[in-house]
Design a protein. Sequence first.
Length: 294
Amino acid sequence: MHSRSSLASAPIPASAGIGLRFPHHRHVAENRPSTAWFEVHAENYMAGGAPLACLETIRRNYSISLHAVGLSLGSADPLDIDHLARLRALTDRIQPGLVSDHLSWSAIDGVYLADLLPLPYTEEALAVVADNIDRVQTALGRAILVENPSTYLNFTASVIDEPEFLAELARRTGCGILCDVNNICVSARNLGADPYAYFPALAAAPIGEIHLAGHAVRVLDDGQEIRIDDHGATVAPEVWALYAHALGLFGPVPTLIEWDTRIPAYSVLEAEAAQAQRLLDRHGRAGVSHAHVA
Protein backbone atom coordinates (compact mmCIF):
# COMPACT_ATOMS: atom_id res chain seq x y z
CA MET A 1 0.00 0.00 0.00
CA HIS A 2 1.16 3.52 -0.73
CA SER A 3 1.18 6.40 1.74
CA ARG A 4 0.12 9.80 0.43
CA SER A 5 0.05 13.32 1.83
CA SER A 6 -2.23 15.19 -0.62
CA LEU A 7 -4.74 15.82 2.17
CA ALA A 8 -2.26 18.37 3.49
CA SER A 9 -2.74 20.65 0.48
CA ALA A 10 -6.54 20.39 0.17
CA PRO A 11 -7.88 23.92 -0.48
CA ILE A 12 -11.28 23.20 1.09
CA PRO A 13 -11.49 25.54 4.11
CA ALA A 14 -12.37 24.33 7.59
CA SER A 15 -15.71 26.10 7.17
CA ALA A 16 -19.31 25.15 6.47
CA GLY A 17 -20.15 24.29 2.86
CA ILE A 18 -23.29 23.19 1.06
CA GLY A 19 -24.04 20.19 -1.13
CA LEU A 20 -24.79 21.71 -4.54
CA ARG A 21 -27.74 20.13 -6.36
CA PHE A 22 -29.19 20.90 -9.79
CA PRO A 23 -32.10 23.11 -8.57
CA HIS A 24 -29.58 25.64 -7.20
CA HIS A 25 -27.07 25.71 -10.08
CA ARG A 26 -28.42 28.90 -11.62
CA HIS A 27 -28.79 30.70 -8.28
CA VAL A 28 -25.17 29.97 -7.35
CA ALA A 29 -23.76 30.76 -10.80
CA GLU A 30 -25.64 34.05 -11.13
CA ASN A 31 -25.76 35.35 -7.55
CA ARG A 32 -22.50 34.06 -6.09
CA PRO A 33 -23.72 33.55 -2.51
CA SER A 34 -21.22 33.80 0.31
CA THR A 35 -21.09 30.02 0.84
CA ALA A 36 -17.55 28.93 1.69
CA TRP A 37 -17.41 25.88 -0.64
CA PHE A 38 -19.55 23.32 -2.45
CA GLU A 39 -19.63 19.56 -2.82
CA VAL A 40 -21.20 17.75 -5.78
CA HIS A 41 -21.92 14.14 -6.64
CA ALA A 42 -19.24 13.25 -9.16
CA GLU A 43 -21.38 10.91 -11.25
CA ASN A 44 -23.79 13.75 -12.11
CA TYR A 45 -21.05 15.47 -14.14
CA MET A 46 -19.20 12.60 -15.81
CA ALA A 47 -21.30 12.77 -18.99
CA GLY A 48 -20.32 16.37 -19.68
CA GLY A 49 -22.84 18.69 -21.28
CA ALA A 50 -24.65 21.52 -19.51
CA PRO A 51 -24.16 20.21 -15.94
CA LEU A 52 -20.38 20.07 -16.33
CA ALA A 53 -20.29 23.47 -18.03
CA CYS A 54 -22.23 24.97 -15.13
CA LEU A 55 -19.96 23.30 -12.59
CA GLU A 56 -16.92 24.71 -14.35
CA THR A 57 -18.46 28.19 -14.15
CA ILE A 58 -19.08 27.77 -10.41
CA ARG A 59 -15.60 26.33 -9.93
CA ARG A 60 -14.08 29.65 -11.00
CA ASN A 61 -15.39 31.26 -7.79
CA TYR A 62 -15.60 28.41 -5.27
CA SER A 63 -13.62 25.45 -3.99
CA ILE A 64 -15.27 22.17 -4.99
CA SER A 65 -15.28 18.74 -3.39
CA LEU A 66 -16.21 15.68 -5.47
CA HIS A 67 -18.31 13.11 -3.62
CA ALA A 68 -18.56 9.87 -5.60
CA VAL A 69 -21.17 7.15 -5.10
CA GLY A 70 -20.14 4.60 -7.73
CA LEU A 71 -16.68 3.28 -6.90
CA SER A 72 -18.13 0.35 -4.89
CA LEU A 73 -15.08 0.22 -2.64
CA GLY A 74 -16.51 -2.70 -0.65
CA SER A 75 -17.11 -4.98 -3.62
CA ALA A 76 -15.09 -8.15 -4.09
CA ASP A 77 -15.49 -7.64 -7.85
CA PRO A 78 -12.70 -5.78 -9.65
CA LEU A 79 -13.09 -2.02 -9.79
CA ASP A 80 -14.92 -0.64 -12.82
CA ILE A 81 -11.96 0.70 -14.78
CA ASP A 82 -14.14 2.79 -17.11
CA HIS A 83 -15.90 4.43 -14.17
CA LEU A 84 -12.58 5.11 -12.48
CA ALA A 85 -11.23 6.65 -15.69
CA ARG A 86 -14.23 8.97 -15.88
CA LEU A 87 -13.68 10.01 -12.26
CA ARG A 88 -10.02 10.67 -13.04
CA ALA A 89 -10.96 12.81 -16.05
CA LEU A 90 -13.45 14.81 -13.97
CA THR A 91 -10.93 15.23 -11.17
CA ASP A 92 -8.28 16.47 -13.58
CA ARG A 93 -10.76 18.93 -15.10
CA ILE A 94 -12.31 20.33 -11.89
CA GLN A 95 -9.25 20.06 -9.63
CA PRO A 96 -11.34 19.51 -6.50
CA GLY A 97 -10.05 20.14 -3.03
CA LEU A 98 -11.27 16.73 -1.85
CA VAL A 99 -12.50 13.49 -3.44
CA SER A 100 -14.54 10.97 -1.47
CA ASP A 101 -16.69 7.85 -1.67
CA HIS A 102 -18.35 5.44 0.77
CA LEU A 103 -17.52 2.39 2.86
CA SER A 104 -20.07 0.31 0.98
CA TRP A 105 -20.62 -1.70 -2.18
CA SER A 106 -23.06 -1.10 -5.03
CA ALA A 107 -22.03 -3.28 -7.96
CA ILE A 108 -21.83 -7.00 -8.69
CA ASP A 109 -21.19 -8.81 -11.97
CA GLY A 110 -21.18 -5.51 -13.81
CA VAL A 111 -24.62 -4.50 -12.53
CA TYR A 112 -24.95 -1.31 -10.48
CA LEU A 113 -27.52 -1.27 -7.69
CA ALA A 114 -29.38 1.88 -6.69
CA ASP A 115 -28.11 1.89 -3.14
CA LEU A 116 -24.99 2.01 -0.99
CA LEU A 117 -25.01 -1.42 0.61
CA PRO A 118 -23.24 -2.38 3.86
CA LEU A 119 -20.54 -5.01 4.23
CA PRO A 120 -19.42 -7.22 7.09
CA TYR A 121 -16.43 -5.85 8.98
CA THR A 122 -14.00 -8.76 8.76
CA GLU A 123 -10.28 -9.06 8.09
CA GLU A 124 -11.07 -10.33 4.59
CA ALA A 125 -13.31 -7.33 3.87
CA LEU A 126 -10.67 -4.99 5.29
CA ALA A 127 -8.10 -6.36 2.85
CA VAL A 128 -10.50 -6.03 -0.09
CA VAL A 129 -11.49 -2.45 0.70
CA ALA A 130 -7.91 -1.40 1.40
CA ASP A 131 -6.79 -2.83 -1.94
CA ASN A 132 -9.61 -1.03 -3.77
CA ILE A 133 -8.80 2.27 -2.05
CA ASP A 134 -5.15 1.91 -2.96
CA ARG A 135 -6.04 1.25 -6.61
CA VAL A 136 -8.31 4.30 -6.70
CA GLN A 137 -5.69 6.53 -5.10
CA THR A 138 -3.05 5.30 -7.53
CA ALA A 139 -5.34 6.02 -10.48
CA LEU A 140 -6.24 9.50 -9.21
CA GLY A 141 -2.76 10.34 -7.97
CA ARG A 142 -4.14 11.58 -4.67
CA ALA A 143 -5.65 10.45 -1.38
CA ILE A 144 -9.40 10.08 -1.08
CA LEU A 145 -11.77 10.25 1.88
CA VAL A 146 -13.95 7.28 2.85
CA GLU A 147 -17.35 7.90 4.46
CA ASN A 148 -18.95 5.82 7.19
CA PRO A 149 -22.36 4.50 6.04
CA SER A 150 -25.79 4.59 7.62
CA THR A 151 -26.79 1.07 8.65
CA TYR A 152 -29.97 -0.76 9.57
CA LEU A 153 -28.61 -4.15 10.65
CA ASN A 154 -25.56 -5.86 12.10
CA PHE A 155 -23.74 -8.69 10.34
CA THR A 156 -23.11 -11.69 12.57
CA ALA A 157 -19.83 -12.18 10.67
CA SER A 158 -18.48 -8.76 11.71
CA VAL A 159 -15.52 -8.98 14.09
CA ILE A 160 -14.28 -5.37 13.85
CA ASP A 161 -16.17 -2.29 15.03
CA GLU A 162 -16.87 0.18 12.24
CA PRO A 163 -14.74 3.08 13.55
CA GLU A 164 -11.78 0.74 14.11
CA PHE A 165 -12.29 -0.59 10.56
CA LEU A 166 -12.14 2.95 9.17
CA ALA A 167 -9.11 3.90 11.26
CA GLU A 168 -7.25 0.80 10.06
CA LEU A 169 -8.13 1.61 6.43
CA ALA A 170 -6.60 5.04 6.92
CA ARG A 171 -3.48 3.53 8.49
CA ARG A 172 -3.00 0.98 5.70
CA THR A 173 -3.75 3.17 2.69
CA GLY A 174 -3.11 6.78 3.67
CA CYS A 175 -6.73 7.67 2.90
CA GLY A 176 -8.67 10.12 5.03
CA ILE A 177 -12.05 9.71 6.70
CA LEU A 178 -15.24 11.55 5.88
CA CYS A 179 -17.10 11.44 9.19
CA ASP A 180 -20.84 11.59 8.56
CA VAL A 181 -22.26 12.55 11.94
CA ASN A 182 -25.85 12.03 10.83
CA ASN A 183 -25.00 8.48 9.73
CA ILE A 184 -23.47 7.78 13.14
CA CYS A 185 -26.70 8.91 14.80
CA VAL A 186 -28.94 6.94 12.41
CA SER A 187 -26.91 3.74 12.75
CA ALA A 188 -26.62 3.95 16.52
CA ARG A 189 -30.33 4.57 17.05
CA ASN A 190 -31.29 1.76 14.67
CA LEU A 191 -28.93 -0.71 16.30
CA GLY A 192 -29.46 0.33 19.93
CA ALA A 193 -25.94 1.66 20.38
CA ASP A 194 -24.48 4.78 21.99
CA PRO A 195 -23.55 7.23 19.20
CA TYR A 196 -20.96 8.94 21.41
CA ALA A 197 -19.09 5.63 21.79
CA TYR A 198 -18.29 5.80 18.06
CA PHE A 199 -15.79 8.66 18.33
CA PRO A 200 -12.86 7.54 20.55
CA ALA A 201 -11.44 5.21 17.87
CA LEU A 202 -11.37 8.15 15.44
CA ALA A 203 -9.84 10.70 17.80
CA ALA A 204 -6.38 10.37 16.21
CA ALA A 205 -7.57 9.49 12.69
CA PRO A 206 -7.18 11.81 9.66
CA ILE A 207 -10.66 13.33 9.53
CA GLY A 208 -10.79 15.29 6.28
CA GLU A 209 -14.46 16.29 6.22
CA ILE A 210 -17.70 16.06 8.18
CA HIS A 211 -21.19 15.60 6.74
CA LEU A 212 -24.39 16.81 8.40
CA ALA A 213 -27.88 16.02 7.13
CA GLY A 214 -31.44 15.43 8.21
CA HIS A 215 -33.09 12.04 8.59
CA ALA A 216 -36.61 10.69 8.90
CA VAL A 217 -38.12 8.72 11.78
CA ARG A 218 -40.58 5.96 10.87
CA VAL A 219 -42.73 4.03 13.34
CA LEU A 220 -43.17 0.37 12.42
CA ASP A 221 -46.31 -1.69 12.97
CA ASP A 222 -44.87 -3.12 16.20
CA GLY A 223 -44.26 0.37 17.55
CA GLN A 224 -40.50 0.34 17.05
CA GLU A 225 -38.83 3.35 15.44
CA ILE A 226 -36.40 3.24 12.54
CA ARG A 227 -34.26 6.13 11.36
CA ILE A 228 -34.04 6.59 7.58
CA ASP A 229 -31.06 8.47 6.18
CA ASP A 230 -33.04 10.38 3.53
CA HIS A 231 -31.27 13.78 3.60
CA GLY A 232 -34.65 15.43 3.43
CA ALA A 233 -34.94 17.65 6.50
CA THR A 234 -33.05 20.03 8.74
CA VAL A 235 -30.29 18.58 10.92
CA ALA A 236 -31.80 16.99 14.03
CA PRO A 237 -30.96 18.47 17.47
CA GLU A 238 -29.22 15.27 18.57
CA VAL A 239 -27.05 15.39 15.43
CA TRP A 240 -26.05 18.97 16.20
CA ALA A 241 -25.06 17.81 19.70
CA LEU A 242 -22.99 14.96 18.23
CA TYR A 243 -21.37 17.40 15.82
CA ALA A 244 -20.33 19.70 18.66
CA HIS A 245 -18.85 16.66 20.42
CA ALA A 246 -16.96 15.69 17.24
CA LEU A 247 -15.50 19.18 16.87
CA GLY A 248 -14.34 19.01 20.46
CA LEU A 249 -12.27 15.95 19.47
CA PHE A 250 -11.22 16.79 15.93
CA GLY A 251 -11.00 20.57 15.93
CA PRO A 252 -12.39 22.53 12.96
CA VAL A 253 -12.97 20.34 9.92
CA PRO A 254 -14.58 21.21 6.55
CA THR A 255 -18.27 20.56 7.20
CA LEU A 256 -20.96 19.97 4.60
CA ILE A 257 -24.73 20.40 4.78
CA GLU A 258 -26.30 17.65 2.65
CA TRP A 259 -29.89 17.80 1.39
CA ASP A 260 -30.97 15.43 -1.40
CA THR A 261 -34.74 14.91 -1.17
CA ARG A 262 -37.48 17.53 -0.96
CA ILE A 263 -34.79 20.12 -1.69
CA PRO A 264 -35.73 23.45 -0.10
CA ALA A 265 -35.00 27.05 -1.00
CA TYR A 266 -31.31 27.91 -0.95
CA SER A 267 -31.87 30.17 2.04
CA VAL A 268 -32.78 27.12 4.15
CA LEU A 269 -29.43 25.52 3.33
CA GLU A 270 -27.66 28.78 4.14
CA ALA A 271 -29.31 28.83 7.57
CA GLU A 272 -28.14 25.26 8.27
CA ALA A 273 -24.63 26.12 7.12
CA ALA A 274 -24.65 29.21 9.35
CA GLN A 275 -25.48 27.07 12.38
CA ALA A 276 -22.61 24.71 11.53
CA GLN A 277 -20.31 27.70 11.12
CA ARG A 278 -21.19 29.03 14.56
CA LEU A 279 -20.14 25.71 16.08
CA LEU A 280 -16.99 25.64 13.97
CA ASP A 281 -16.08 29.13 15.16
CA ARG A 282 -16.69 28.18 18.77
CA HIS A 283 -14.46 25.11 18.60
CA GLY A 284 -11.95 26.54 16.16
CA ARG A 285 -10.36 28.93 18.59
CA ALA A 286 -8.53 26.11 20.34
CA GLY A 287 -8.86 23.30 17.79
CA VAL A 288 -6.51 21.86 15.19
CA SER A 289 -7.99 20.69 11.90
CA HIS A 290 -7.22 17.09 10.97
CA ALA A 291 -8.04 18.10 7.39
CA HIS A 292 -4.48 19.40 7.21
CA VAL A 293 -2.73 16.38 8.68
CA ALA A 294 -0.31 14.74 6.25
